[in-house]
Write a protein that binds this ligand. Structure first.
Ligand SMILES: [Zn+2]
Length: 143
């Protein structure tokens, strides 16, 4: 990560998370949840933790310098495939860079990332050059 969040952004995120968590604690101790079983209560606790985990990770990806959602980011016209071939940016019918929505599975659920893809004519596949996101999710989009 080269694009660090400003300290006011971090404070805002922390405040949002605290508010979320407080709301969830209220729910956890609300009278409606008084008769929950142990398993149900555990699930309720997990829901809050996972929701915030996904929120933090989504925020992380949105600030990713390689991500589409980064402000004013323009993708490179080409990228180097693992096979060594130079692959052009994948475009739609109108010639616009195509945005791929990819799901990343985390321990606490799935989050979505939007990225530009590159098409390698040697390997006949679309790939996403950011090394930290490559891996198992990449295979899903292969033709
Ligand atoms: Zn290739």
């Amino acid at each position: 990560m080269t694009n660090k969040k400003g300290s006011s952004d971090v404070e805002k995120l922390k405040e949002d998370l605290l508010n979320d968590y407080k709301e969830h604690l209220d729910k956890l101790f609300a009278s409606e949840t008084f008769d929950l079983t142990f398993d149900e209560r555990e699930k309720l606790i997990d829901t809050a933790v996972n929701k915030n985990r996904c929120k933090i990770l989504t925020e992380h990806l949105e600030k990713d310098p390689d991500g589409v959602s980064k402000n004013n980011y323009h993708p490179d016209e080409s990228s180097l495939c693992q096979c060594g071939a130079c692959a052009p940016l994948h475009r739609d019918k109108n010639g616009e860079p195509k945005v791929f929505k990819r799901e990343i599975k985390t321990k606490g659920g799935s989050i979505t990332v939007q990225e530009y893809g590159y098409y390698c004519s040697q390997c006949r596949r679309i790939f996403f050059p950011s090394p930290k996101k490559a891996g198992s999710v990449q295979r899903k989009l292969q033709p």
